[in-house]
Design a protein around this ligand. Structure first.
Ligand SMILES: [Zn+2]
Length: 407
């Protein structure tokens, strides 16, 4: 498998590295952060997302619990009513943060769960005989859905299960079986998704708007922009393909894992009042449709700050995550306007002098954001050249570039 640390970071993909690490930390803290990588085939979105399985931190659960019950806060039908003494008697175990995939052939029972008819002796308590599906089994972890636009198109009932799981934090999953009462289980699962908006059936936002909005962040994937980056990709691709990891690589991965664990355990950042007011003003002034957007910006800005091991959230943290939280929620023109407003504020009030100079010239939105409308699926044959031109024209400066510099 490809080594997470050796994957080439370039202008077009650093935002995704940032997003997966933010989501991992947030998931460990018990607050899911749903992320969706959108991009053309070959931009490496699924490779990056799947390689995170090499750096999954550990969680403690009640021994053998398929729902990954936290011994301090058991939630599953089997353990939720037990006393602390009874729980202690069962013992605990450490497992890696769950990372499960929903495939396109998955059935609703596999995703949500079914009643274990073999175990069902008392029909009035069906929850005692549940077989949890992928989502409840990924509690305190991650569920990955590749080509989510296709899944939303072909499996509306699985989409509904995802909507429930992502609707609140924590979410819930309902397990239904004909003739038996519906059983509801709480789930705290971060949903990670990938899609290619240029392939059938088109962008997720056009297939199922509601599901698209459930994602806290959408990460538009770009291509590398310098020959050096391409050379780096080509040479490390050759070096790392399908070989065992060395001792040194393992210890580097272990270090990153511990680092993420520490950040999750020790950061208790809060949003300063002036930034909350600032976000509230953005919401009103730009008529942002969804309050989820504000919540996503807030959560992601705190995580961005935590990953940088700073003790105080700044407007630059908001700046770094804002395009990802609004990409799928406002028009490209509005997004540009909002970014300019934040820029002016950063430069204008001098609160964050260290960023002021950079922001004046470097914090423009890359065309991958600005030209989103033009980049949308078209039926005419002449759309591919236009898309190719847009991607090639990614500038050397911009939001995503900023991420790579500060990493
Ligand atoms: Zn349990």
């Amino acid at each position: 498998m490809k080594n997470y640390l050796q994957l080439t970071r370039h202008t077009g993909n650093t935002a995704l590295f940032l997003a997966v690490e933010m989501s991992l930390v947030s998931t460990l803290q018990g607050r899911p952060l749903h992320i969706h990588a959108e991009g053309l085939r070959g931009t490496g979105k699924t490779t990056i997302m799947r390689s995170v399985t090499q750096i999954l931190p550990k969680i403690t659960r009640i021994k053998g619990c398929l729902y990954n019950c936290d011994p301090e806060r058991p939630h599953c039908p089997q353990h939720k009513n037990m006393t602390p003494e009874e729980i202690a008697a069962l013992g605990t175990e450490q497992i890696p943060v769950p990372f499960l995939e929903i495939s396109h052939s998955a059935k609703i029972g596999t995703v949500a769960g079914t009643i274990d008819l073999a175990k069902l002796t008392n029909p009035s308590r069906p929850e005692a005989a549940l077989l949890p599906g992928i989502i409840p089994q990924a509690h305190r972890g991650i569920v990955f859905v590749d080509e989510i636009n296709r899944l939303a198109d072909t499996s509306p009932e699985i989409t509904d299960v995802l909507l429930d799981a992502m609707g609140t934090k924590p979410g819930r999953v309902q397990i239904e079986e004909t003739g038996l009462p519906v059983v509801e289980v709480p789930v705290a699962v971060s949903v990670w998704a990938a899609s290619n908006p240029d392939e059938e059936p088109g962008p997720l936002a056009e297939i199922r708007r509601q599901l698209s909005d459930r994602f806290d962040l959408v990460i538009p994937m770009g291509r590398p922009t310098t020959p050096e980056e391409v050379v780096d990709i080509l040479t490390t691709e050759e070096a790392k393909n399908d070989r065992e990891l060395s001792e040194q690589e393992r210890s580097q991965l272990e270090q990153l894992r511990k680092n993420l664990e520490n950040i999750a355990l020790h950061s208790d950042l809060t949003m300063p009042d002036y930034l909350t007011t600032f976000l509230a003003n953005l919401y009103i002034n730009f008529n942002i449709e969804s309050l989820r957007a504000l919540e996503a910006i807030r959560q992601a800005a705190l995580l961005h700050c935590a990953l940088r091991k700073r003790s105080q959230v700044m407007i630059s943290d908001i700046m770094a995550v804002l395009p990802l939280a609004l990409y799928h929620r406002v028009s490209p023109a509005t997004l540009t306007e909002i970014m300019n407003t934040v820029n002016n504020r950063m430069v204008g009030n001098g609160k964050e002098k260290e960023n002021g100079k950079k922001s004046a010239q470097g914090r423009q939105l890359p065309p991958i954001f600005n030209n989103r409308k033009a980049n949308k699926r078209q039926t005419s044959e002449d759309s591919p050249p236009e898309r190719a031109r847009l991607l090639r024209d990614l500038p050397e400066n911009g939001i995503i570039r900023k991420e790579s510099e500060s990493f």
